[in-house]
Write a protein that binds this ligand. Sequence first.
Ligand code: SF4
Length: 269
Amino acid sequence: MVKRVQSPSSINTFLQCPRKYYYQYIEKLPTSPNINLVRGNIAHSTLEYFFKQDLAGIDEINYKEEFIREIQRIFFTQWGKYRDALKVLGLSTKDLKFYFEETLMMLVNWCNYFIEEITLMLEKKENIVDAFNSVKPLTEQEFQSETMFVRGFIDAIKYVGDEVHILDYKTNAVPEIKESIRLQLGIYSLLYNEKHGKYPNKVGVFFLKDKLHMLIVDEELVENAKQAIHIVHEHTTMFDKKEDYEKKTSPLCKWKSGQCDFYDVCKPY
Ligand code: SF4
């Protein structure tokens, strides 16, 4: 059977529930949009545009106010661009207002950390443009491995002195590096290593609601990622029938405010 190209999210889906993987990646049943996905996209686009901003008019005196103003301005524009996607979700005005304000608060929180980095960098650099370009990461990098059959988009790569750091931005309610995130970061480390011949020194997540959480890239992180990739390839190259993908029931089938995208077709209980 043809070897499928996997991604951190397809691998995590398989490990969470093989049947869910089957519905999503083999039968390709549609998935429903949800607010976390849409606001995650809005936050990512906002950061992307923030890093590309024109620095004309920003100097070593006014940068703090100007960066806060700019991230808010970009966020308002991005929120507007996603108006149709937000409408489809059918949220009440009250809920929509909550998510709007919370996402804005997250981005301003992130921007305050960015400003702190700029302030430190200004001790070493002559002007705001040099400081901004030194702190700004390489963003939205696509990595595709022909040997591992895995691809992934890395949100940000930073060069800190001699070190390479890989970052992901998340809008999660709980700032915790759970197993699925460790796996995602381990896979990014493997992809980076294959392309550049060395592992990043650290990987981490900037939880926009909180702060940056970093991990040192060690053998355990990369070996777990290798093992997970192997498990998924081994199964998916051997089997393509629904009954070969077991239902792994868990609280992720149905919870207080939602359910798995495939709950109705799966009938897990
Ligand atoms: S409803 Fe539960 S068992 Fe069924 S596909 Fe979703 S996660 Fe798996």
